[in-house]
Design a protein around this ligand. Structure first.
Ligand code: ADE
Length: 230
């Protein structure tokens, strides 16, 4: 039983790596995979880098080369849903690619030849992750639901409003989760994802994001991963 812990950026994973006492580094697909233990459990930690293709490559290597049994993604996201504020935590129940549009051949957002636009996260792993968030960050508001992914940092009021209008159920936006969800679906590997809200995907997003990633993201990830595996 090996759990993969994935983040897009170093700032989101640094404190998790500090918790691993015995890791060895292995290189694959140009990435460093930290193989070791956390609370006695076998863990592979890796930075996916940013965007859907980078995330999909990382997930495929974790599954095929490192034979992980489950994948947990942790990081930050922009808040979209009403009441999803900076500092809140979102646990994904499903993912959609907001920038996927093969219409009119297929309905907008539908992943061609899958007959679906959303991929659900694993219910049991997601329940464990939600319980871990509640234990690790009891003062933070926790939301569960749809998270949308795309190869775009959403950083204007106009873009944010357009996404909210097109996808009113979306709680948050980021750049990797839907890709990992699709790869895990293909391989039948359980997947769960948690994102702390770093910004509201609006005109101030780039400033809020930079500050949050520097000051909070890694601490939150480490606390959640610690509670999940302890
Ligand atoms: N990750 C964190 N904030 C984001 C945003 N506003 N857009 C896309 N990904 C993000």
């Amino acid at each position: 039983m090996t759990t993969a812990i994935v983040s897009a950026m170093h700032e989101e994973l640094a404190a998790v790596l500090d918790l691993m006492p015995d890791e060895s580094r292995r290189l694959a697909a140009g990435r460093e995979f930290w193989v070791g233990h956390l609370h006695g459990r076998e863990v592979v930690a890796v930075l996916s880098r940013i965007g859907k293709v980078a995330a999909a490559t990382t997930a495929a290597v974790l599954i095929e080369r490192f034979q992980v049994s489950e994948i947990v993604f942790t990081g930050v996201a922009g808040g979209l849903g009403p009441g999803v504020s900076v500092g809140d935590v979102v646990v994904a129940e499903s993912f959609l690619q907001h920038d996927l549009d093969a219409s009119p051949i297929f309905p907008r957002y539908e992943v061609p030849l899958y007959g679906a636009s959303q991929f659900r996260t694993d219910a049991a792993l997601t329940a464990r992750l939600s319980a871990a968030v509640a234990r690790a960050l009891p003062q933070q508001r926790l939301h569960r639901g749809l998270v949308v992914s795309g190869d775009r940092f959403v950083s204007t009021d106009a873009e944010c409003r357009a996404l909210q209008a097109a996808l009113p159920q979306a709680l948050a936006v980021e750049m990797e989760g839907a890709a990992v969800a699709q790869v895990c679906h293909d391989f039948g590997v359980p997947f769960a994802a948690v994102r702390t809200i770093s910004d509201r995907a609006d005109d101030d997003a780039h400033v809020d994001f930079a500050r949050f990633v520097r000051d909070v993201a890694s601490r939150h990830s480490a606390a959640i991963v610690h509670a999940l595996l302890a």
